[in-house]
Design a binder for this molecule. Sequence first.
Ligand code: XMP
Length: 517
Amino acid sequence: MNKSEKILILDFGSQVTQLIARRVRENGVYSEIFPYTKWKEGLEKIRPKGIILSGGPASTIDGLSPQVSLNILDFGVPILGICYGQQTLCSQLGGKVEHSTKREFGRANIKIIGKSKFFFGFVDDKADEPVWMSHGDKVTEIPEGFSVIAESENAPFAAIVNEEKNIYGVQFHPEVIHTPNGSKMLENFTHLICGCSGDWTIESFKEIAIDRIQKQVGDGTVVCGLSGGVDSSVAAVLLHEAIGKQLTCIYVDTGLMRKNETEEVVGMFKDHFNIPLIHVDAEKDFLDDLNGVSDPEEKRKIIGSKFIDIFDQEANKIGGADFLAQGTLYPDVIESISFIGGPSVTIKSHHNVGGLPEKMKMDLVEPLRELFKDEVRDLGRELGIPDHFIERHPFPGPGLAIRIPGEITNEKIEILREADTIYIDEIKKAGLYKEIWQAFAVILPVRTVGVMGDERTYEYVCALRAVTSQDGMTADYYPFDQSFLAIVSTRIINEVRGINRVVYDITSKPPGTIEWE
Ligand code: XMP
């Protein structure tokens, strides 16, 4: 991998800034996002071959809108401003931005009207090109030295260029899928305009990550908490490849795992990878503490702090370690450094092991902090983790506890495990597992009347959930065929003692959340 080929994305707070990073990486060029205020740090850290200014919610017409430092022009690499990025560049360079009389949100067509590298390979001469617009302001006068390369009905300067200075600006969003050829435009920017070769792959990332871990850890020791999920597993296998026996993994069985989950995780690590693993059976501890608790946040807190205590005890038993490894991903990093947002309301206190670093006072190793979920899956495959493990649906830290609204009992956990296994098994048989982001069963704290044979039954209701999603932030329910739901319902009611009614959850997120608690 050519280490010098990186793109710096300066974030002005758009909801879709992460998509810019994704598209650029999909085109084989490594990219990183920095808040626009941290432009200097970004330039120094990644020495980019090009800079992209994201969109954002502000208006340059307000006196206090965020501005890009014009010092970035001195760095001498091509610049692309997207939406707000284009507007702020234009207004700072002597052009004019005004509120549109007609705001433009959604699909629009642009006409490519000038030759440029940005639209290389596109049919020009006034052919319609579909793009996605989302703006209330528009550039009405371009700065000196710029020319127009595309226009739309409502945006006369839909795309502009200053050839001499290598500065490009677009009013639309090439990073969203609703701009069908947007990825090609971004590729033209990174490859033709910035001169990147596009050879960034996950294999090259692996080599660099291993090298970085070795440098950071030296001959120190590392502990890593395995949750059974994909992220911590990939982090652990990567670390093991980098530092071998200096790594110890700790797997805490909370008693709230899915059927056979513990055996699978322990088996894979101990037998398949031969990675030192401490397996703590803490089922009783967790269930005792959860006894009689029905409030979801309280459940999360109890599980989180118990986990921290047990993990800490186990780490102390082996004499402690110099580092704590975590499978933090890029979206978590971005969320925490984003300059917008302000204090947001806690819907659910996620990241239930978040208190570990403070408690254990260890330095963190976070080898995945630059990757998106699908890149983590690719890296896992590259490291030889079996496909069926890599493709597992996300599973929340508090486990089945938050899929049992109300009080948790052993009986309910058992019933839920069985129902969930049947459901997932049928999804896999129908070849739908990969299409679905997450699917699971929930056992409700209500009993309903049914009739089986000649007998009256009075048993629990099982709710089934399946959603599609890109990142878990928003989600749609999965539109199963009714015949599929009928098969699952029949199997669950026939095979699981304790359930006599099955319902399917058709709520999207928002307004619902994916989990029921
Ligand atoms: P929600 O329910 O908030 O879930 O729509 C979004 C994603 O996050 C997972 N989730 C959690 N993960 N600890 C976790 O580690 C938690 O407390 C937690 N709650 C929800 C959920 O499974 C989904 O993938």
